[in-house]
Design a protein around this ligand. Structure first.
Ligand code: G3H
Ligand code: ZN
Length: 292
């Protein structure tokens, strides 16, 4: 398997099929290994994505080299993706570090500024063969609103289908993250997907893969249904973190005298891998790695 896979063919194939590729956040070695091992168990391509916070925590050279090294040894295609990039410079640094895909998330900006600055990233990335995802609308839990009552996304946050068409045409992005009711983080258990809105967006921007953020906490049947639409990438972070915390907590609740970090990190890695496997199963991309 080549060093790192490019998303172009993988996500375009998903656009014309009824499955999506899982995109899982990582900030250390065990998370990267859990994600790629989970994908290998299902013979599925996978996206290992890093937020700006993960890059700050681990540093870009360390984190990108962990992902690239694990990807190089894997039989499945592994895409390395910048999640919620907030600036041209961050996208540029990641592209220089070998990322095959970047998200530039300027959704908090006024639309015209979002379009202008997103276009700059698209031009820079495309000149280097790198895929670009952007976001239109706001997904609660990252863009400002931290606490929700009743798990409802404010109407003004939802992606507008007409605006989405104009945005894609004027920026040239390869994929569009949409706000259709999902929420970052496991909020209230009332997270939902507005399928009627998703369908309108899909009709308007029929030509680009859609991305669902905030998949943690979404009912399995709704995730499965979403993956049969033009949703081609589904982001999961919080459920991996919960699995990690539960496994580490189980260790500390027992008496031990090992004082060995591997006794904590190993079971936590296995627990996160199970979440990855469960999500890939739901997203329907098992056994599609053979195509590449
Ligand atoms: O960008 C990352 C994902 O949107 C994380 O969402 O923590 O709700 O799974 P989640
Ligand atoms: Zn997100």
């Amino acid at each position: 398997m080549p060093m790192l896979a490019k998303p172009h063919q993988i996500l375009t194939d998903a656009l014309h099929a009824e499955y999506a590729i899982g995109a899982f956040n990582a900030s250390n070695m065990e998370m990267v290994q859990a994600i790629v091992r989970g994908a290998e168990k299902h013979a599925s391509p996978v996206i290992v994505q890093t937020s700006e916070g993960a890059i700050e925590y681990a540093t870009l050279p360390v984190l990108s080299n962990i992902i690239a090294t694990v990807a190089k040894a894997s039989p499945v295609p592994v895409i390395m993706h910048l999640d919620h990039g907030k600036s041209f410079d961050m996208a540029k640094h990641c592209i220089e570090a070998g990322y095959t895909s970047v998200m530039i998330d300027l959704s908090p900006l006024p639309i015209e500024e979002n379009i202008l600055k997103t276009k700059q990233v698209v031009e820079y990335a495309h000149a280097r063969g790198v895929w670009v995802e952007a976001e239109l609308g706001a997904i609660v839990g990252h863009e400002g609103v931290k606490e929700l009552h009743g798990g409802q996304t404010p109407d003004s946050f939802f992606t507008d289908p007409k605006q989405a068409r104009d945005f894609v045409d004027r920026t040239g992005v390869d994929a569009l993250a949409v706000s259709v009711g999902t929420i970052h983080g496991a909020f209230t258990g009332q997270e939902y997907i507005r399928f009627e809105l998703l369908e309108e967006i899909q009709k308007a921007v029929f030509d680009v893969p859609l991305v669902i953020h905030g998949a943690s906490g979404i009912a399995s049947k709704h995730l499965q249904q979403a993956c049969t639409t033009h949703v081609c990438k589904v982001n999961v972070d919080t459920e991996l973190r919960i699995a990690f915390e539960r496994a580490a907590g189980a260790y500390f609740s027992e008496k031990h005298d090992s004082y060995d970090p591997r006794k904590i990190m190993g079971p936590a890695r296995d627990a996160m891998q199970l979440v990855v496997e469960e999500k890939i199963e739901l997203f329907g991309s098992s056994k599609t790695a053979a195509i590449y």
